[in-house]
Design a protein around this ligand. Structure first.
Ligand code: PEP
Length: 258
């Protein structure tokens, strides 16, 4: 982290977990134990049907609510889809885009790019995910793969909007597996992502953009991961479903930075 130049962001990704009633219960618990210090931004990205309950519960708090996906089209015949302006109207601040679980369902880099552009246009903060498979890591092509995902995902994002984008590095082999990247492995890729952004935009923009790590981050390993200079927060799946664990990760973001 480097709080001098950029925001630290702790974001939860609930995936397909919790009902609206469970959401209300979770938020009530979270509110009672939420740390008072504001050393990081906190986001919770929840299933679409849980957004109203989450927004209502967290209205007077510092926790921003987000969605887990969006459709890039403004409206129309897209049964089952949700447009970015609907998310804004529902009270969302963030939207996760290009999670590997969605890419596995067929989402392409072009889809990710269209969603990033639509989210920015609507005023949402896109949390754009990238990450390599174990096979790609073992073949030594992680850097090239990630650079390609970043370049394609950010295509057409204007200079004045790049700082709004949050990038989440999520090695696929570490998601939901309990197998976390070492702080050094995660730092190496996050540093490379910043270099790609520097080449696409500028040093100032690269220095200002928040890059998160995701992949089995939990209350035990968060401190060490967040101590890395280019890891500006976490995108947290499993551990974001338990208020006490999520709060411990938020607390781990309260440490001296470079
Ligand atoms: C995720 O879903 O983005 C994620 C990182 O999950 P987990 O923390 O459970 O590995």
């Amino acid at each position: 982290m480097n709080r001098k130049y950029r925001k630290t962001v702790i974001a939860g990704n609930w995936k397909m977990n919790k009902t609206p009633s469970e959401t209300k219960e979770f938020m009530t618990q979270l509110k009672t134990i939420m740390p008072r210090g504001r050393w990081c931004d906190v986001a919770l990205c929840v299933p679409a049907v849980c957004i109203p309950a989450a927004v209502r519960a967290m209205r007077e708090t510092r926790v921003g609510i987000g969605a887990e996906n969006c459709n890039p089209n403004p409206s129309g015949a897209y049964t089952g889809e949700i447009a970015t302006n609907m998310l804004v109207d529902a009270g969302c601040k963030y939207v996760i885009i290009g999670h590997s679980e969605r890419r596995a369902m067929g989402e392409t880099d072009a889809d990710v790019n269209a969603k990033v552009l639509a989210a920015l246009e609507a005023g949402l903060v896109p949390i754009m995910c990238c990450g390599e498979t174990l096979e790609q890591r073992e073949a030594g092509i992680t850097d090239e793969w990630i650079a390609m995902q970043i370049k394609l995902g950010l295509k057409g994002v204007p200079e004045e909007k790049i700082r709004k984008v949050i990038i989440a590095y999520e090695p696929i082999w570490a998601i939901g597996t309990g197998r976390t990247a070492t702080p050094e492995q995660a730092e190496e890729v996050c540093e490379n992502i910043r270099t790609v952004v520097r080449k696409l935009y500028s040093s100032k923009n690269a220095r200002a953009i928040s890059i998160l790590y995701g992949g089995s981050m939990n209350e035990k390993n968060a401190f060490e991961l967040l101590a890395q200079p280019d890891i500006d927060g976490g995108l947290i799946g499993g551990a974001s479903l338990v208020p006490e664990k999520f709060v411990k990760i938020i607390e781990a973001a309260n440490q001296p930075t470079v």
